[in-house]
Design a protein around this ligand. Structure first.
Ligand code: SAM
Length: 351
């Protein structure tokens, strides 16, 4: 065996960066829970000052700040012994309602990792592990990570990219948000389109319970409603818009869901399908975004699909060709990519 020391060094460098990032994940979530990023974004601080601002122990804060600075999540000024955040760090780490909220992604990741032993067992048995069997941080983190992207894109670019949908929603339309989770997209649609009736559904009862509370908090409880129902069984017909946000690939029977959506839409209705960004081949997905999705999908999406009847396990990196096959297989005659972001592909399907 001949080891190329240059290649070995390169690999070990990658491993150390990954190990540091893995351990740092817990500290990002601690920063999120204790409001440490928001407090530091307010202005430069020594560990003692940040501890005073957040009513926390200075010794823990000093260690936490060292890890954050080593990872490039905050800045350190050796001359003054203070830490600070750039505008960009604050944008991604300190504002849960901004365009990106990285700590939410870590809440989701740590929540998913709590199932690691059960997933390892599932590798052996071939059994599934359903969404509702995960730690509650999976549902909460998913919403915290996805909502900023929906806030930034849904009304401003995804809906306008669909044929005639924005006008219908403004005039007053009937909307089904299927697999809505905690209702981030449902509530956003209800807020933006007050003349429309939005009905969110998800098979997971606890998610729907939280979605109802959030709709009440957002003041839209009167024009949004929720039901516990699988995508193949949600109630009602005559919908002008059906939407599935990051959930079609999670389903054991996405074809049954697509058929049900098809019959629930009006003749000129639209299905908005938001899916993770993915290429059609494995090689297309061998990049940092693909790595995040393949690994998340191993813990969440594929096990959930395997826990449901239907025989499909699309996974988060299914790609456009696989989604097209489901959609056209259900009788939709028009299917196109309407928009995209670095994390999402947005498709439009019409009967
Ligand atoms: C990744 S989460 C996305 C949640 C939400 N749409 C969002 O974007 O924040 C996937 C959601 O799909 C739901 N789900 C999984 N299988 C389902 C099915 N067969 N029918 C309805 N919902 C399903 C889960 O309960 C979960 O809320």
């Amino acid at each position: 065996m001949t080891i190329d020391t240059g290649k070995l060094q390169e690999f070990l460098g990658r491993f150390i960066a990954d190990l540091g990032a893995t351990l740092a994940a817990g500290n990002v979530v601690i920063g999120h829970r204790l409001g440490l990023y928001q407090a530091l974004a307010a202005g430069p601080a020594s560990p003692e000052e940040l501890a005073a601002r957040t009513q926390t122990s200075p010794r823990y804060i000093a260690e936490w700040l060292g890890g954050q600075a080593a990872g490039g999540y905050v800045e350190y000024d050796q001359a003054t012994g203070t830490y600070s955040m750039t505008e960009e760090q604050a944008f991604a780490l300190a504002n849960p309602d901004g365009g990106v909220y990285a700590p939410g992604a870590f809440v989701l990741a740590l929540g998913a990792l709590k199932a690691e032993r059960r997933i390892a067992d599932a590798f052996r048995t071939g059994a599934g592990l359903a969404w509702h069997e995960h730690d509650e941080d999976v549902f909460l983190g998913c919403e915290q990570f996805f909502r900023p992207g929906y806030t930034a894109n849904l009304v401003s670019s995804w809906i306008p990219a669909l044929h005639g949908v924005d006008g219908k929603l403004r005039a007053g339309a009937k909307v089904a948000d299927i697999g809505c989770g905690l209702g981030a997209s449902t509530i956003l649609l209800a807020c933006e389109y007050p003349n429309s009736a939005v009905i969110g559904s998800d098979y997971h009862d606890r998610s729907i319970e939280i979605a109802r509370e959030r709709a009440g908090d957002a003041g839209v409880a009167g024009r949004v409603s929720f039901e516990v129902a699988s995508a193949a069984r949600f109630s009602g017909t005559g919908y002008d818009l059906a939407a599935t946000f990051d959930c079609l690939h999670d389903m054991g029977d996405p074809l049954a869901a697509a058929r049900h959506i098809r019959q629930a839409l009006t003749a000129d209705g639209t299905w908005l399908i938001v899916e993770p960004y993915a290429g059609n081949t494995i090689t297309d997905n061998l990049n940092p975004v693909g790595r995040m999705y393949y690994n998340g999908s191993t813990l969440l999406c594929v096990p959930n699909a395997m826990a449901q009847a239907g025989g499909y396990t699309l996974g988060a990196q299914a790609g456009e060709a696989a989604i097209r096959q489901i959609v056209t297989g259900a009788g939709f005659t028009r299917f196109r990519r309407a928009a995209e972001t670095p994390f999402n592909l947005i498709y439009e399907a019409r009967p």
